[in-house]
Ligand binder design. Structure first.
Ligand code: SF4
Length: 292
């Protein structure tokens, strides 16, 4: 595919030939994935009762020091798979009762995703396609995904430049993420939930609460409330765990406290968001409340 000879698929815009070498994302032009399974840990419209049919891809354009998926995102662990193999995985997951097909960190493979979903649709794939993303996307790649992706499940990691430079290795993340999340919203709108609570189409934004609110979530929420919508579905996540290189940074060496999470929820409420989810991992692992 021509996209990989001069790769500009993500905001890093490496411009390299991925048939010959790897880019900033750590992967070459072959599709690699770590796992394909039914995953129950996502928001209710994505997971349902049986789980999302999640495929975890290798590589990532960002370099978060606390990456929860570091083995395959940062160290590019994974097995190669071709287009036919991907189509087969989607259809197997559908057969096993997946609520949606969730593609986790797939930006670096976007053209393959468009082709594989088209083929899978022709062969009977009916499930919504969920794009689980860091929010670090180009407008061109989002336009390529139009008509393929039904639901964007986007992190808004931080709009603080200093944080982004230090902890996720992308000083330009705030500017890029603001534009890309706006574009996602223009493309798919607010989340629509269909029969039995299954997500049909739309945007969900995730806010991960970090110790000492080091990522300044009020900036992210201010942006979302003013420039997107107060009806936006916001998912406030409490599951931060100090893994990968997090222990090199004193602030990131511990999980968040119940008080820090409650404070984060209070900030979300102050901004007047009407829809979303909070987690109750700190009370009982794996349980999510559906309403604010
Ligand atoms: S997808 Fe990878 S190779 Fe392509 S621009 Fe992004 S980091 Fe560079």
């Amino acid at each position: 595919m021509p996209y990989f000879e001069n790769c500009l698929l993500c905001p890093r815009r490496c411009g390299i030939n991925r048939y010959l070498t790897v880019g900033e994302c750590g992967v070459d032009a072959r599709i690699r994935y770590a796992n394909a399974l039914l995953y129950k840990g996502e928001e209710p419209p994505i997971s349902g009762k049986r789980g999302a049919g999640a495929i975890f891809f290798s590589g990532c354009p960002l370099h978060c020091v606390y990456c929860q998926n570091f083995a395959f995102s940062q160290m590019a662990y994974g097995k190669p798979i071709d287009l036919e193999g991907l189509v087969e995985r989607y259809l197997i997951l559908q057969k096993r009762g997946a609520w949606t097909i969730e593609l986790v960190t797939a930006t670096q493979y976007a053209p393959y995703i468009v082709s594989s979903v088209r083929l899978a649709r022709e062969r009977g794939l009916r499930l919504p396609i969920v794009w689980n993303t860091s929010g670090y996307e180009t407008i061109e790649t989002l336009d390529m995904l139009k008509g393929t992706v039904d639901i964007y499940l986007a992190d808004l990691i931080s709009l603080d430049e200093t944080f982004c430079e230090r902890y996720i290795g992308a000083k330009d993340y705030p500017e890029v993420a603001k534009k890309s999340i706006k574009h996602m919203y223009e493309q798919v709108g607010n989340l629509k939930i269909g029969e039995k609570g299954r997500g049909v189409k739309g945007l969900i934004v995730r806010i991960l609460v970090l110790p000492e609110n080091v990522n300044r979530i009020e900036r992210s929420l201010h942006f979302l409330s003013k420039e997107i919508s107060k009806s936006l579905y916001v998912s406030v996540m409490d599951q931060y765990t100090p893994v990968y290189r997090a222990r090199e940074y004193p602030t990131l060496r511990r999980k968040i406290t119940v008080e820090e999470y409650e404070r984060a929820l209070a900030i979300v409420e102050e901004f007047g968001f009407e829809n979303g989810w909070r987690q109750t991992h700190h009370l009982k692992r794996g349980v999510k409340e559906v309403e604010w």
